[in-house]
Ligand binder design. Structure first.
Ligand SMILES: Cc1ncc(COP(=O)(O)O)c(C=O)c1O
Length: 427
């Protein structure tokens, strides 16, 4: 007979994302419960979740209202498709709510089931479908930035600007180009070289997230927005991390006056209580498909697009965010987080501390220290966890801080303390 569920020798067959399974065996950190900004492992050990899981658990863990919303919707209608003529009340209500919250006039909302990667692939396809629909089918190239992360589906992997994530899979989706993350002139020149009549869209995270938390250089976003407008290239704001409050505004596109043609969102839409994403589509892109009498069809959709249970959970999540004024809270906590982590910049192992845009920060480990000791940065992640705080390494260089919006000022202080303690202990 094989080993039973209680057998401690039983080997895990769970294949983790972004993990070396050869060394993970027997060392998994198994999280079984969460409450506010805290999660607990099988031994009952508490960890302050400095990540909000993967940038998504904005309302904090353990919110019963969201479980209740899911249960109530499941009893009524757990799931039904929204292909062709079908609709359901939570999907309709959520689409309206998201459109009204977004800084995109006349927005239409296309739901994706898996989260941000599906939203990115949807937006990339819709950009090409749009240009074809308006009689300019040559506009097919999409441009993205170095350090960019746009998810792990085929288009998103191709648009990504983190070589470690893409090199294995080359060649990727064709007609994708990259420019330096911080250089508007590079974008302008690239469009000119390619020919604006071949370029469909520019993908831009308002604050680069998984690439290392890079807030936009002064004036960068206004410049690239202007270039896209002048060159007639669609501007797609990837707000999978920044959407729904993380920068202290409902959307970074609002905070930075981006007026995007499309926004990709996910994570904070439901705080991760159910998987769901949304592409928020501006009037210009929607028009050829929605205009009275048009025969255009966006031949795209997912089995679980507009999933009623996910939509009901997202609605309850947005209720919580509004009722508890959590977006304003992020704006209030922005300087608290920035000043808590600022002193880490003085540590000899630290090259840079990036913060100051909402509840997003990163501590970059010095390149010479990483080169001299390649195990240093991963060991810091473990050492910080041993001090009771969960962080992770971004692009092999920087430690992520993106806590739930419900975190307290003293909990922010604990994150900085754990980072400082682990850095001191490492040298
Ligand atoms: C900016 C951005 N776009 C897309 C994605 C992909 O989202 P998901 O992992 O939910 O598919 C992410 C995930 O972190 C992201 O940060």
């Amino acid at each position: 007979m094989g080993p039973g569920p209680g057998d401690s020798a039983r080997q895990s067959v769970l294949w983790n994302g972004f993990a070396n399974m050869a060394s993970l065996a027997g060392h998994a950190v198994t999280i079984i419960r969460g409450e506010g900004a805290w999660v607990y492992d099988t031994a009952g050990r508490p960890y302050l979740d400095a990540l909000a899981s993967l940038w998504y658990c904005n309302v904090g863990h353990g919110r019963r209202e969201l479980a209740d919303a899911a249960a109530e919707q499941m009893r009524q209608l757990a799931a039904y498709q929204v292909f062709e003529p079908f609709s359901n009340p939570p999907a309709e209500e959520l689409a309206r709510r998201v459109a009204d919250l977004s800084p995109v006039p006349g927005a239409k909302v296309f739901f994706t089931p898996g989260g941000g990667s599906d939203a990115v692939d949807t937006a990339a396809k819709l950009a090409r479908a749009y240009w074809r629909a308006v009689g300019r089918p040559g506009k097919q190239i999409t441009i993205a930035r170095s350090h960019a992360y746009h998810g792990m589906n085929a288009y998103g992997t191709s648009l990504g600007g983190i070589p470690a994530n893409t090199d294995t899979y080359l060649p990727l989706v064709s007609l994708v180009e990259h420019v330096a993350w911080d250089n508007p002139e590079a974008l302008d020149k690239t469009i000119e070289q390619l020919g604006a009549d071949r370029v469909a869209a520019f993908f831009c995270e308002p604050v680069i997230g998984a690439g290392g938390v890079y807030p936009p250089p002064e004036g960068y976003l206004a410049s690239v927005r202007e270039i896209c407008r002048r060159r007639d290239v669609l501007f797609i704001a990837d707000e999978v991390i920044t959407g729904f409050g993380r920068t202290g505004a409902w959307f970074a596109s609002g905070r930075f006056s981006l007026d995007p043609d499309m926004m990709t969102t996910a994570k904070g839409l439901s705080s991760g209580y159910a998987p769901i994403g949304a592409v928020i589509v501006g009037e210009r892109v929607a028009e050829p498909f929605w205009r009275a009498g048009s025969g255009e069809v966006f031949r795209h959709g997912y089995t679980y697009s507009g999933h009623p249970t996910s939509c009901a959970v997202a609605l309850a999540n947005l209720d919580l965010v509004e009722r508890e004024r959590l977006v304003a809270r992020v704006a209030e906590l922005e300087p608290v987080l920035a000043s808590a982590v600022a002193p880490l910049a003085g540590h000899p192992l630290v090259a840079d501390v990036r913060a100051g845009t909402g509840l997003l920060a990163a501590v970059e480990i010095a390149e010479d220290a990483r080169a001299a000791d390649p195990g240093l940065a991963p060991r810091l992640v473990t050492a910080i966890r041993e001090r009771g705080v969960i962080t992770r390494l971004l692009r092999g260089t920087s430690l992520q801080i993106s806590p739930p919006f419900v975190i307290t000022e003293s909990e922010i202080g604990k994150i900085a303390e754990a980072f400082a303690g682990a850095l001191d202990a490492a040298g």
